[in-house]
Design a binder for this molecule. Structure first.
Ligand code: GLN
Ligand code: ZN
Length: 809
């Protein structure tokens, strides 16, 4: 019999109960016991939901109070000394407050949190374990054993879930010179103030947006971390034995790195690790989970490991099933087939999924098949039924976690009992697929025609960057070292309240508009007083840099409860991009032109770029991402044209997700970078030479994408730099980057006000390697999560530093 299963379930709760409990606990409003009770209740509810959906085996230990990588670090006792936990105390487990200190820092004592970064190519952020040479490990948290017992006590058949040892090490950072700039004061960008526990839940600036160690870069290198493997394995062995003693028959080990580019030492680490784990608990069955990509060149490696089940992501790479079957599935190996998309919200085409499953069943027999989502359901909302306000037609195309598990159960039944046993469900799926395919809501002939008519010139500016620079400098009358900001100014409680009241209908449009205009006036006046050269309107009308645009474009739908965990208690509610994208009218022109009317200095038009809108939405799966991205690009292009026609002289296109959208596998990157840069250039291709295009990206690793960055052909790129001490500029220097660069001189993730001399020091460093005439002076990112009491003095120092250096140079 094939079995229905799942790799992981969202933790936060359909009503974000975990978020509320966490924030109440952090604020001292509820005791730890209360938090634990809420957590246990959520686990119970989610297990029950999974069983009722029809699963034969549910995951246990996939729950987390903050993050599963942090849970793993605690499990193996990898707690850096600064958190004051004594690993020598025999038997002692990592206490709750040490756990949260690692996640969030301790503001009172000035102890920074561990760094945080993106989990592969998702928008989920994990806590980066910090290891040191000679690091020792010991079992210091039995969370997974306890949660497994909890599930058993409820009468469930559960499979404990662990992050595998090799992936754990590869997700970690070594704390030594080799990791310069990544660890130490404010590691991960959260200074002594700790991470904001904000409640709006959709700020994009909250988490550091640095790319994951896993996500990008030139493959996964072997290094000092792997030297720690031998010390780590005994702890995993002990956990496996304890799980076995508690009654587990299967244990899931997640090894997403198996789907990435690996070098030989990493492959060897896999062989050693799994040989040791198989030996540590003979009789226990290891379920090895890979996801987010196909195994490709790691296929033989994976098939050769001494495990009892191998999970394949057949949504990302359906073709790998044939490769696995052709390579020969070892006789004792089960296959877990991830045919329901765990990363997106669309209803599964059950017949297509079933075709894959039946092929596998016929090859290896039903008793060796698990049916599952492609990856953990952490990345999708919980229950579509809650969306009572969603357009019924679009709702019919969707499935959230609960509905996806029902699909898994139907597919399993079809395998075991034949298609006729689930004839109704298959017919409904067929009808839904057909309805979506033929819906006029999905397609717009005018958009498609426009795409078809595009010519290379549409994505090209008429002159070269140096030619444009001369004309822009003259028109804008900018001094050496022009000063500017990234766009948003602090979102005060008053501004948030104004937006919320308007959304709830408590104030009318006129009152709302006047409120926003008043805020814009304040921000413009402040910038003039501070002496900034290129001003911004401050973005008070925006809750979120993607949602703001998505709401004004056609082709997007919005949920009420579709929350997805971003990190810790922070959640986002991504828009659902279901149809061809069109722009019914201007989206920002009214605000920007108002701001410009208040000052003679240039005010920047502020737009989110197409790649970021794509990356931070649930996007359609019925056409290639690049086609969807081009459609978004054309809509933003029209906005750029309107801004220019309205007399706006500088326009910024933010692309903070440009790098994170990069494919996990090296072989796929060139194609991505080609269409992503083309989309950016489509946005800006129509502007006149004298209109200055800025772009902003909030990370600091450009080495491997510098050619693409240059190909964007922006006039000014504003980037994060202060935390890396300007080292990132090397990539630009080496490339002889022709346009202007604003390497952020002040870390907005910290409340700290940088002194004038510190800013000057950073600018001197930049000027040592670049032409001073190329340099801009600006913060690292938007200021929306900061307070005016920090922002004002910081910007004052920034302007002062620029002025003093202008005199000097
Ligand atoms: N313009 C946006 C802001 O300043 C950019 C945000 C971002 O890069 N994440 O808020
Ligand atoms: Zn940014």
């Amino acid at each position: 019999m094939a079995l229905a299963t799942n790799l992981g379930f969202p933790r936060i709760g359909a009503g974000r109960e975990l978020k509320q409990a966490l924030e109440a606990y952090w604020d001292g409003r509820i005791p730890a016991d209360e938090l634990r009770k809420v957590a246990a209740e959520l686990r119970r509810r989610h297990w029950r939901l999974q069983r009722e959906a029809g699963l034969d085996i549910v995951p246990a230990g996939d729950f987390s109070l903050y993050d599963h990588v942090l849970d793993t670090a605690c499990m193996v006792g990898a707690v850096p000394a600064r958190y004051g936990w004594d690993p020598e105390t025999p038997g002692a487990e990592v206490p709750l407050d040490v756990y949260f200190a690692m996640a969030r820092g301790t503001p009172g004592q000035g102890i920074p949190a561990l760094e945080m970064t993106k989990w592969f190519d998702t928008n989920y952020h994990y806590i980066v374990p910090e290891l040191e040479p000679g690091q020792t490990f010991r079992l210091a948290s039995r969370k997974v054993v306890e949660e497994f017992r909890e599930a058993r006590a409820l009468g469930l058949t559960a499979r404990p879930v662990l992050l595998g040892p090799v992936s754990f090490l590869l997700l970690a950072k070594m704390r030594d010179a080799a990791a310069a700039g990544t660890v130490g004061g404010g590691a991960g960008g959260f200074g002594p103030g700790g991470r904001p526990a904000g409640s709006s839940g959709t700020d994009r600036q909250g988490p550091g947006s640095a790319p994951s160690a896993a996500g990008v870069g030139a493959g996964v290198p072997s290094d000092a971390r792997l030297a720690l493997l031998d010390g780590l394995l005994p702890v995993y062995g002990q956990v496996l034995r304890e799980l076995q003693a508690a009654g587990a028959t299967w244990v899931q080990l997640d090894e997403p790195f198996l789907a990435l580019d690996l070098d030989e030492p990493v492959r060897d680490a896999y062989r050693r690790a799994y040989a040791a784990l198989a030996q540590a608990a003979p009789g226990l069955r290891l379920f090895l989970a890979t996801y987010f990509e196909g195994l490709r060149d790691n296929l033989d490696l994976a098939l050769g490991l001494p495990v009892h089940a191998l999970h394949l992501d057949l949504v990302r790479d359906p073709g790998q099933l044939e490769q696995v079957l052709a390579a020969g599935v070892p006789p004792a190996l089960h296959l877990s087939l991830g045919v329901v998309d765990g990363r997106n919200v669309w209803r599964t085409d059950l017949e297509a999924a079933l075709a894959l499953l039946e092929r596998a069943r016929d090859a290896v027999g039903p008793e060796r098949i698990f049916v599952a989502p492609s990856c953990s359901l952490l990345h999708v909302p919980i229950d579509l039924e809650l969306e009572t306000a969603l357009d019924p037609e679009i709702k019919g195309w969707l499935a959230f976690a609960k509905q996806k598990l029902e699909e898994v159960a139907v597919l399993t039944r079809a395998l075991n009992e034949g298609r006729q046993a689930v004839a109704d469900a298959l017919a409904a799926s067929r009808a839904a697929v057909a309805a979506r395919r033929s819906s006029p809501r999905r397609t717009r002939p005018d958009v498609q025609e426009r795409l078809a008519r595009l010519r290379p010139d549409d994505a090209r500016r008429p002159s070269t960057a140096p030619e444009r620079r001369a004309r822009q400098r003259e028109r804008l009358g900018l001094p050496l070292l022009p000063t500017t900001t990234i766009g948003s100014f602090p979102q005060t409680p008053e501004v948030r309240r104004l937006r919320a009241r308007w959304r709830r209908g408590e104030i009318d449009g006129a009152a709302y508009e006047e409120g926003i205009r008043a805020e814009i006036r304040r921000v413009i006046r402040l910038q003039e007083e501070l002496g900034l050269d290129v001003l911004v309107h401050g973005e008070p009308e925006r809750n979120d840099m993607v949602e703001y645009f998505a709401e004004q474009l056609e082709g997007f739908a919005f949920t009420r409860h579709g929350w997805v965990q971003s990190y810790g208690s922070r959640c986002v509610k991504p828009p659902i991009l279901y149809g061809d994208v069109a722009r019914p009218g201007p989206m920002t022109v009214k605000w920007i032109t108002y701001a410009q009317s208040l000052t003679r200095r240039p005010v920047k038009g502020m737009l989110t770029g197409p790649v970021t809108i794509l990356q931070w939405s649930f996007v359609r799966d019925d056409q290639p991402r690049e086609v969807t991205c081009r459609q978004i690009a054309l809509a933003i292009r029209d906005e750029v044209q309107d801004l220019e026609a309205a007399g706006i002289r500088v326009i910024q296109i933010d692309e903070p997700a440009f790098r994170e959208a990069m494919p996990l596998r090296r072989d796929d990157r060139e194609a991505y970078l080609a269409w992503a840069t083309e989309c950016f250039r489509l946005v800006t291709g129509g502007v006149r030479d004298e209109t200055q295009i800025h772009t902003h990206m909030c990370y600091s690793e450009f080495n491997d994408i510098i050619d693409a960055i240059a190909a964007l052909d922006a006039d000014v790129i504003l980037i994060e730099a202060s935390r890396s001490g300007m080292e990132l500029l090397d990539a630009f220097v080496e490339h002889r980057y022709p346009s202007d660069i604003g390497p952020g001189v002040y870390d907005i993730h910290s409340p700290r006000v940088p002194p004038v001399d510190e800013i000057k020091g950073l600018l001197r460093k930049a000027a040592a390697v670049l032409d001073p005439g190329q340099l801009w002076v600006n913060p690292d990112c938007g200021l929306k999560t900061r307070r005016y009491q920090e922002v004002e003095p910081a910007l004052r120092h920034m302007v002062q530093a620029a002025r003093e250096l202008r005199e000097e140079w």
